[in-house]
Design a protein around this ligand. Structure first.
Ligand code: BG6
Length: 514
């Protein structure tokens, strides 16, 4: 295998195919038939995210024209019904109607049980009928509840592997609910598929600003000397949501916010912020570094955590009045809807720098960002009026990168002014329409680019860090602190940030530019 394909630490010549892609050309130029099978085709994820992403890939000519889509689910249904179910999530522009019809003619629907081999044999038969090319590649997406993963994966392996090309399988989080269950799932999958066939999706890895972390860190020299404990006081990674748990009560109540968001999305972001430079852009070189930094993180303990659960705001409107318990129609539950955890990285670069992960539902706004706060100015000659620099990577909404810095107040005065250097995408990249995370990740899946998918050892490390805490919470029925819906969450969380070297001044508000 040449360096180009595998990635070579000697010549650093690995250039993933993905770097060559544009927004309008298909990279799959072979003469294969592609079959995309969506297990869980009647579910929410399929309807809201996966079918719309497939349509956009098809519309933009990014996938092979010989691609067929198969919906598979327990519910007896039809392509017509699937199409009607998804209609609110498609944006079909004038002029695209004909292509939209063609997209649906390439769709099929098969109902079957995940634990029934003969249903998968039928599925296989249907796929084979359409595989008229000499090569045939298959992709299976398991948008399923965790309990049926094993059966579905086993039956796919038994009945549906491609005999004329490759087979890939995608699984959606949650990948287990603690280290043990996750390892069991990993072992089961490993018996059936090799790691390069398994794509564990974490859709945060498909977001523009999360992908940009690599470029920002390793494509600039301005940050590198300061990207360490000497200059950085603390790192805060936030995922706030204003929505509650309504509509997902069964799932959410058994998982809670730590398993739902922190264990995956926030730890993934952390690893990209904190990792060392990979040898090349090869997916395994990148993931090697992500795992390595996670291995330096000790298990989180309850002393470093604040848990919360929202209660209704009596003065709020509509859903805002509802507490978590009302949202899940239950009399009691200690499931946290808010969590803040302080992680330490015990390596040379980061020792002593708190990495604060903060996430929650029913809060005052929807926002995901990374805030890298620099140390105080040593020997401040401005009478203590300088405030810390902060590099903020705004993941959503409104992608932006800005640096909070001190400036001389313009004019006669010699006062210091708190302002920013601002790269707001909406004004800098006016013409660019950013693809949705699922569209990007599905394209990577077709191409076979695994960088933005979670490898089994990354997953294992993420669970290792949080499992003792999760077990402690469950075993001791730790009560979350109640916070009013539509607020910043428990006051104790802000106190924990302050205790961990994150200074909140409250004197500055960034205003989106453009
Ligand atoms: C999902 C979680 O993984 O991410 C949800 O299960 C959460 O609870 C969602 O709302 C947030 O994703 P996004 O892309 O809307 O920020």
């Amino acid at each position: 295998m040449s360096c180009k394909e595998k990635g070579c630490s000697e010549c650093k010549s690995f250039r993933p195919k993905v770097l060559e892609r544009s927004d309008s050309s298909c990279l799959l130029d072979d003469d294969a038939t592609y079959s995309f099978v969506l297990c869980g085709a009647s579910g929410d994820l399929a309807r809201k995210k996966i079918y719309p992403a497939l349509w956009r890939l098809f519309r933009d000519n990014l996938i092979h024209k010989e691609t067929f889509f198969f919906g598979f689910a327990r519910t007896p249904s039809s392509v017509r019904e699937v199409r009607d179910n998804c209609k609110d999530y498609f944006q079909v522009q004038p002029g695209e109607e004909k292509q939209f019809e063609i997209f649906w003619t390439r769709n099929y629907y098969i109902s079957g049980n995940y634990d029934n081999l003969s249903d998968f044999e039928l599925l296989n038969k249907k796929i084979c009928e359409l595989e008229t090319n000499s090569l045939a590649n298959r992709l299976f997406y398991l948008a399923l509840p965790e309990v049926v993963y094993k059966d579905a994966a086993t039956n796919i392996h038994e009945a549906c592997m491609s005999k004329k090309g490759w087979t890939r399988i995608v699984i959606e989080k949650p990948f287990g609910h603690d280290s043990h269950s996750s390892n069991m799932l990993t072992q089961h999958m490993a018996k059936l598929f090799s790691e390069d066939q398994i794509y564990r999706i974490d859709h945060y890895l498909g977001k523009e600003m999360v992908q940009n972390l690599l470029t920002l860190r390793f494509g600039n020299t301005v940050f590198s000397p300061n990207w360490c404990r000497k200059s950085i006081a603390s790192v805060l990674i936030i995922c706030k949501e204003d929505i509650g748990a309504l509509g997902r009560k069964k799932y959410f109540d058994s998982y809670g916010i730590i398993r739902d968001v922190m264990q995956n999305h926030l730890i993934q972001i952390l690893s990209l912020v904190a990792m060392e430079k990979p040898v090349t852009l090869h997916p395994d070189d990148i993931r090697d570094e992500k795992v390595k930094v996670l291995r330096f993180i000790p298990e989180v303990t309850i002393e470093d955590v604040v848990l919360g659960q929202y209660v209704g705001d009596p003065d709020g409107e509509g859903e805002m009045k509802q507490s978590y318990l009302e949202d899940i129609s239950s009399d009691s539950s200690d499931t946290p809807t808010f969590a803040l955890a302080v992680l330490k990285i015990r390596n040379e670069r980061w020792d002593g720098v708190p990495f604060i992960l903060r996430c929650g539902k029913g809060l005052n706004e929807q926002k995901t960002e990374v805030r890298i706060q620099f140390q105080d100015v040593p020997g401040d000659i401005f009478g203590g009026r300088t405030k810390r620099n902060e590099l903020v990577i705004r993941v959503q909404p409104g992608e932006a990168i800005y640096i909070k810095l001190m400036n001389k107040k313009p004019g006669q005065s010699f006062e210091v002014d708190e302002t920013e250097l601002d790269l707001t995408y909406k004004s800098r990249y006016k013409e660019v329409k950013l693809p949705d995370a699922y569209k990007r990740l599905l394209l990577d899946l077709f191409i076979g680019y695994q960088t933005h998918f979670v490898r089994s050892d990354e997953l294992q490390e993420a669970w290792r860090i949080l499992t003792p805490l999760l077990h402690y919470i469950d075993k001791n029925n730790v009560k979350p602190i109640l916070y009013k819906r539509g607020t910043r969450g428990p006051r104790e969380a802000d106190e924990m940030c302050a205790k961990n070297n994150y200074v909140y001044y409250g004197s500055y508000k960034w205003v989106a530019n453009g």
